[in-house]
Design a binder for this molecule. Structure first.
Ligand SMILES: NC(=O)c1ccc[n+]([C@@H]2O[C@H](COP(=O)([O-])OP(=O)(O)OC[C@H]3O[C@@H](n4cnc5c(N)ncnc54)[C@H](OP(=O)(O)O)[C@@H]3O)[C@@H](O)[C@H]2O)c1
Length: 289
């Protein structure tokens, strides 16, 4: 397909930056949509464009004349998260952009649950197909490798402990954000993309297996340690603020014992990435400030 112009929301973010890199590598033009257009994390080959989810008119301006938009909503748990989603829908309508890829950033709920962070994503996933010509929702099978090297996690990993709020015995298909970015870049130009794409890593690993892979990459002993969501919240809060930390921790609260297990995704919509945990870990800078 010809090279196209793609607006990428959150282009300086942990999730958005690999999307920008993969789209540019595929030869597309990228408008990096952020509030701070002189941020140091902007890719030099992307065109910075001001877009604030709280200023709907800025979105329509950012979208004007673009071929596609990649939406990543920020980590907002307050009520205005839903206004962000509504602003995206209204700007897409007024600008006439034909195609959207919506990266949910997590496993998507199918119904609103009364949590604005979740409901904003449910709203977008439901409304996008009726708003643009081609809409794809992309979500991880479970979670991302990058969480293991996040600033709140890396120092503990380096000191020998992977502190994470998932059971050690749970098999997790950890996915690298480079694989997510590659999938989004493909979906941005695919002639007939699926309405839902789940992205998974190439390996399904228990906590002990994660520890083995990270130990091999770091060249030191590392052990998996399941922590409760409350401890995870305390790890996140200094970096992300109390509200986001509480919201993320809540997402890791185990379901009640009698809850039916979440249905496995239809294999037909699962795209399996190529990045193994060990290769990913060897590329990380574990001593980030
Ligand atoms: N499931 C998981 O484990 C997991 C982990 C990480 C992230 N996520 C998901 O990914 C999403 C993005 O996270 P991230 O880690 O990439 O975030 P991040 O690193 O904090 O980056 C946020 C990006 O959004 C932009 N932004 C923030 N507020 C904005 C606003 N009001 N209007 C326009 N742009 C705004 C920021 O640029 P400016 O500040 O310059 O605007 C930045 O580029 C999250 O909301 C979450 O859904 C999920």
């Amino acid at each position: 397909m010809k090279n196209i112009t793609v607006v990428v929301h959150g282009a300086t973010g942990i999730q958005g930056a690999p999307v920008v890199r993969k789209l540019l590598a595929a030869g597309h033009r990228v408008r990096a949509a952020v509030r701070n257009t002189s941020a140091s994390g902007l890719h030099p080959n992307a065109e910075p464009v001001f877009a604030d989810f709280s200023a709907p008119e800025s979105l329509a301006e950012a979208y004007a004349g673009a071929d596609a938009v990649v939406v990543q909503l920020p980590l907002v748990f307050a009520a205005h998260a839903v206004l962000h989603a509504e602003a995206v829908l209204s700007a897409l309508k007024s600008s006439g952009v034909p195609r959207v890829v919506f990266n949910t950033g997590g496993v998507v709920a199918t119904e609103p649950v009364g949590v604005p962070f979740v409901d904003a994503r449910v709203l977008l996933a439901a409304e996008l197909p009726g708003t643009v010509e081609v809409a794809t929702v992309i979500a991880p099978a479970l979670t991302y490798m990058e969480n293991l090297a996040a600033p709140w996690s890396a120092p503990r990993v380096v000191s020998g402990e992977i502190a994470y709020p998932l059971p050690a015995e749970l098999p997790v298909p950890w996915v690298a954000l480079d694989d997510l970015g590659a999938a989004i870049a493909e979906l941005s130009t695919a002639p007939a993309p699926p309405m839902l794409q789940i992205v998974s890593g190439p390996q399904v690993l228990t906590g002990e297996q994660v520890a083995t892979e990270l130990a091999a990459a770091l060249g030191r002993e590392v052990r998996w340690s399941t922590i409760d969501p409350g401890e995870y919240e305390q790890m996140l809060a200094p970096r992300l603020g109390a509200e986001a930390a509480a919201g993320i921790a809540a997402a890791y609260t185990p379901p009640p014992q009698d809850a039916p297990p979440a249905p496995a995704p239809d294999p037909a919509v699962v795209k399996v990435g190529t990045t193994t945990l060990r290769d990913w870990a060897m590329r990380q800078s574990w001593h980030r400030p």
